[in-house]
Ligand binder design. Structure first.
Ligand SMILES: *Cc1c(COP(=O)(O)O)cnc(C)c1O
Length: 386
């Protein structure tokens, strides 16, 4: 079911704001949970960094998903939304003592550890508390994802995870520590991945590594966390409102070689929340340059930074006008040349005051908003409020 826009109701709301279609969010959550449940031992954790709006998190919590967190603040947000601590995993290369302490005190399921000094810090803080922390080693699988270079994370050159050569050393260290229990291995190769071959390549690396640990150490870890990264169709949000979770989970089920009883964890962010959200803005001015026409919105890069940061494509629709297309650059008001949502795009002829929707903005949209130029952080409006 494609996203619906109550344009009448929008006319009395101050722009810009994020609009979330709760029906589509719930449908997406249900689809992900249903397709994962077809396989024994598959667990989905929602990657909170994609969108940590508290109302949205509550709806995610109601679906029964766990949470994937990358900061102490996100651990707090997950717990506040009602996601049980035993479904919370915590990754990140720079966990501070304060963040580790918070997660230990909450009793989260697992830390995804990314370096030797982090293992030492967790041991120290767990010992102080007289608890045992469960950890998974985040391994850098040196698998490139076919996506933008700013969002690949699984190459040897990226800062994330522990490289193959160091795995033995890390496992030895963890096994020597009384307040840390090694329960799994963790991977995450990047984001906005639509080519299943990338996930198949990851499965291959995991299989090799599992075999190696089994042969050399007799070690079989109970939890395999494959991270997230499933992409969405920014080009066709109405044709593909819900990602192909069926294909995604089947790819892992068919390509991962599991030992009896092993649990598989997924950390999905974008694919859960991107299509149910849109940034709604008004055209402040339509300006004719010498060789271009500009639609200047009241939303800018501070409200939705993805185009400026990643060259990201978002569909832009005029919800007011059904006139024939013009060709426009759509830009924001911020004093930066990179404050551009798109260039030379065909959009129905637009006038000052028209209401515009920047589609597929539910992930890494509101969550990345900032206040540059003393601009307000955009508000969120849920379909159930209107
Ligand atoms: C960002 C992130 C995710 C989620 O990625 P998506 O592409 O939004 O699915 C999952 N795991 C980790 C460790 C992350 O950093």
């Amino acid at each position: 079911m494609a996203m619906k826009f109550p344009v009448e109701a929008f006319s009395s709301i101050e722009t810009p704001f994020y609009y979330y279609d709760v029906d589509l969010l719930k449908e997406t959550l249900a689809a992900a949970q249903r397709e994962a449940a077809r396989y024994e031992g598959f667990h989905v954790h929602y990657a909170i960094k994609a969108n940590f709006n508290p109302r949205l998190l509550q709806i995610v919590a109601e679906s029964g998903m766990g949470a994937d967190c990358v900061s102490g603040g996100e651990v707090r947000a997950a717990l506040d939304a009602g996601i049980p601590a035993e479904k919370v995993v915590f990754a990140g290369v720079g966990k501070t003592d304060k963040e580790i302490a918070l997660a230990l005190d909450a009793g989260i399921f697992c830390f995804n550890v990314e370096s030797l000094p982090e293992v030492e810090a967790i041991e120290h803080l767990a010992a102080q508390r007289g608890v045992v922390a469960q950890v998974a080693v985040r391994i850098n699988p040196n698998v490139g994802a076919h996506t933008h270079s700013n969002i690949t994370t699984g190459l040897a050159e990226n800062k994330f995870g522990i490289n193959y050569e160091q795995i033995d050393e890390v496992i030895d260290l963890i096994c020597s520590m009384p307040h840390i229990k090694l329960v799994g291995m963790h991977f995450h190769i990047g984001s906005q991945i639509l080519v299943m071959d990338d996930f198949i390549a990851l499965c291959g690396r995991i299989n090799e590594l599992q075999e190696l640990l089994h042969e050399t150490r007799g070690l079989v870890l109970p939890h395999i966390n494959v991270g997230g990264g499933l992409g969405i169709r920014y080009d066709a949000p109405d044709k593909y409102p819900v990602p192909d979770f069926d294909l995604y989970f089947a790819t892992y089920a068919n390509n991962l070689k599991l030992y009896p009883g092993q649990q598989v964890h997924f950390e999905l962010g974008r694919s859960i929340v991107a299509q149910c959200g849109a940034l709604i803005a008004r055209a402040t001015y339509v300006k004719k340059g010498t060789c271009k026409q500009f639609i200047i919105l009241d939303a800018g890069m501070n409200d939705l930074v993805r185009p400026a940061l990643y060259d990201a494509y978002h569909r832009i629709e005029n919800l007011t006008s059904q006139k024939p297309d013009g060709v426009y650059d759509v830009v924001g008001p911020v004093c930066e040349s990179s404050d551009v949502f798109c260039k030379d795009r065909r959009i129905p002829e637009t006038q000052r005051g028209d209401i515009m929707a920047i589609r597929s903005a539910g992930a890494y949209g509101e969550a990345m908003a900032f206040g540059y130029n003393c601009r307000e952080i955009p508000k969120a409006v849920f379909s159930t409020e209107l």
